[in-house]
Write a protein that binds this ligand. Structure first.
Ligand code: SF4
Length: 299
């Protein structure tokens, strides 16, 4: 009862506090559901966490499959999306179809208006093409922070990630402890699905899907940062396509830099080849004392 609540404690207390035994609980659940089908995992998640459980949907076909499956298990599921302000019009049309087909009122999470205003006033509306740091700043304000605010109200969330999508997703478990978001549970029921299987489900169950998939897109994101892919390109090649050697992540599903790629400022701060050659030359001229050995420079 609210009257018994300690007033200094936050209103929302995750059902699963971040304790080692909770990590073990999640690990056991991941093992138990690794070979289960997606519907079994969804049914368990709904029974365990509803109403503090929601599906994250951004217009991708994976999210639509999850919505269709979950809606067949319960008429009361929750779906949220990060409305970055830069989504293509077809994404809004898809959310209208979700509303009409499943009767789900998608929860739209908005970025902080003042932060967006300051960013685009300072750097322009298309700052994402200027540098990786600015692109990440935009993703942070429009996606990462709104997601944090949303997940602070939930005990578990469901994402449409699949292991084959991208190198940063190869090791995802079907049930994870999301330490980046207060230790709530993250579920990836389609982790072991192939793209062909996702589309087969869509066709078999007549699931609504994003119109841009009919125009060469294989992944859906913000309009300025997503393009159709060319034959032979990977599924996520159309995301931030102008960037080379980056994680192609925005920070909502894994920390950017997880794969070892560096931001612009980190690249600028790193010693250049010329600097390293100069250091080596000076070491030859003046050998360092043992306590003064240079730190290793990451590749
Ligand atoms: Fe900004 Fe592009 Fe990131 Fe969307 S995907 S938040 S427009 S940088």
């Amino acid at each position: 009862m609210m009257a018994d609540r300690d007033p200094v404690q936050p209103l929302h207390e995750p059902a699963l506090p971040v304790l080692d035994e909770e990590a073990v609980w999640v690990h056991d659940a991941a093992e138990r559901f690794e070979d289960a089908n997606a519907e079994e995992l969804l049914a368990w998640a709904i029974e365990t966490f509803h109403p503090k459980l929601a599906i994250s949907a951004a217009g991708g076909v994976d999210g639509m499959v999850l919505i269709d499956m979950a809606a067949k298990i319960s008429s009361d599921i929750r779906v949220f999306t990060l409305d970055t302000g830069r989504l293509p019009p077809e994404t809004y049309q898809l959310f209208e179809e979700i509303r009409e087909r499943y009767g789900i009122r998608v929860e739209f999470e908005q970025p902080d208006g003042e932060a967006v205003s300051e960013l685009v006033t300072e750097h322009g509306p298309n700052l994402m093409y200027t540098s990786l740091d600015l692109r990440l700043a935009c993703c942070n304000i429009r996606k990462v922070e709104p997601l944090k605010r949303k997940l602070a109200t939930l005990d578990a969330w469901i994402a449409g990630l699949r292991r084959e999508q991208w190198k940063s997703r190869r090791n995802i478990a079907k049930v994870e402890l999301d330490r980046d978001h207060g230790g709530i549970v993250k579920l990836n029921p389609l982790a072991d699905w192939a793209l062909d299987a996702v589309w087969a489900y869509v066709r078999e169950h007549d699931v609504p899907y994003h119109e841009l998939f009919d125009h060469g897109y294989t992944s859906i994101g913000c309009a300025p940062c997503t393009r159709a892919v060319l034959p032979g390109e990977s599924e996520r090649a159309g995301r931030w396509w102008w960037e080379q050697d980056t994680d192609k992540e925005c920070g909502i599903h894994c920390s950017v830099g997880l794969l070892g790629s560096k931001t612009d400022s980190e690249r600028a701060a790193a010693p250049s080849v010329t600097d390293l050659v100069a250091v080596e030359a000076s070491e030859i001229a003046t050998p360092l004392a043992r306590d003064d050995e240079p730190e290793e420079v990451e590749a």
